[in-house]
Design a binder for this molecule. Structure first.
Ligand code: DP6
Length: 377
């Protein structure tokens, strides 16, 4: 090689599952007990950005995450780096000496960790995608490697609507993600993330799901009887752009996932009183509107992710702003992401709904379905 330094910079998206991944059959390879399906969110509003420099003169591998040095020996990081290098060596995709060079990785999220949004999915997807660029594995399947960093990360390797098939092989080679439909198939699918003020420390997804697998009886029923049918209905709803079906399955699956968390012993409680209020309000809103205009889904935390069509964003946001009044309601700091010119007159229509205590929401992120990872340097 003529140069002694190589560098790549990439971004990768966040994804929010509509059919949840919860439970592993192999902890170290991160193999799930059920298929899951998610929507990839636009990197314009939420993403991880990773820069990797490989240099013949570097003496150590370094990983800096959001400005803080991380232990490079971390098992998940190690597995991703080793697997990518092994694949590059096997295929001879890049010069051998490049694989010997130490690397410096700098990664950051363009959204505050305080948002309580899972950054591991976009973070590991970005790490693995950037390494694949560095070692010239551009056309190869890499979702199985991203999966070894964090399960949900394999779905962030693709844009649009993505399914992670659990696979049946012991080595996990068939536990990969694939695109069900591109973002362009349903570009008016928008998202409002309601970031709920919350100070309680929650049990992490990794240990929570491990506990569910051991103690929940309902989880077996979910895996065998519910998920396969739901994946089928969800795929059909996406193909048909049938929002009402999409919304119904999304809400039912979120509720079932949290029911399993409560069936876990000791229980994992992720939703709080505000989360439950949001659920009630959304059902009431859909009922009075005479059609399903919004769907909620909750991951391992109290924040609500609302799916809705672009044409309904203004009305839904007016509704949310009525229910959850905020001192900063008018500022761009409060409603982040895609700008919305909502009509304040609408607010009067919602006078019958009781209002929640002021400043219950930290802020709102408005975004939409988006593309997969890309190189930005
Ligand atoms: C509730 O992917 O964070 O968000 O594989 O142990 O890293 P690990 O877990 P993680 O779990 C995500 C769980 C979820 C549901 C989902 O995204 O499907």
């Amino acid at each position: 090689m003529d140069s002694t330094q190589l560098s790549v910079t990439c971004i990768a998206p966040v994804n929010i599952a509509v059919i949840k991944y919860w439970g592993k059959r192999n902890e170290s390879l991160i193999l799930p007990i059920n298929d899951s399906l998610s929507v990839t969110l636009s990197t314009a509003d939420l993403c991880s950005k990773t820069k990797i420099i490989a240099d013949a003169k570097f003496t150590d591998n370094v990983m800096i995450l959001n400005g803080k040095e991380e232990n490079f020996e971390n098992e998940r990081i190690q597995r991703c780096v080793k697997e990518i290098k092994a694949r590059a060596a096997e295929l001879g995709s890049c010069p051998k000496e490049l694989l010997e060079w130490k690397i410096h990785i700098e990664s950051e999220n363009n959204f505050p960790t305080a948002a309580g949004l899972a950054s591991s999915a976009s973070g590991y997807a970005c790490l693995v995608y950037s390494l694949a660029q560095l070692y010239d594995l551009k056309k190869q399947e890499i979702s199985d490697i991203a999966r070894m960093g964090s399960g949900s990360a394999c779905r962030s390797i693709y844009g649009g609507f993505v399914q992670w098939q659990k696979g049946i092989q012991l080595d996990g080679k068939d536990s990969i993600a694939f695109q069900v439909a591109p973002a362009s198939h349903w570009p008016d699918l928008h998202v409002l993330i309601l970031v709920v003020n919350d100070s309680k420390k929650k049990i992490g997804s990794t240990s929570g799901m491990a506990r569910s697998v051991v103690t929940s009886e309902l989880i077996k029923y979910r895996v065998e009887k519910c998920v396969p049918q739901r994946i089928h209905s969800m795929t059909q709803a996406i193909k048909d752009r049938d929002f009402s079906k999409f919304a119904e399955v999304t809400m039912k699956d979120s509720n079932q996932f949290h029911a399993i968390c409560l069936d876990t012993f000791p229980p994992c409680v992720y939703m709080n009183d505000v989360s439950h209020e949001i659920v009630n309000y959304i059902h009431e809103f859909n009922r009075t509107e005479g059609e399903t205009k919004v769907a909620y889904t909750f991951d391992a935390g109290p924040n609500a992710c609302l799916y809705l069509l672009e044409k309904n964003v203004k009305r839904v946001l007016s509704f949310v702003n009525h229910i959850f009044p905020n001192d900063n309601q008018k500022s761009a700091e409060y409603v982040r992401g895609i700008p919305v010119e909502y009509e304040s007159e609408d607010v009067n229509e919602f006078q019958n709904y009781p209002q929640y205590e002021k400043n219950t929401l930290k802020y709102i992120i408005h975004t939409k379905v988006g593309e997969g990872p890309s190189r930005v340097d």
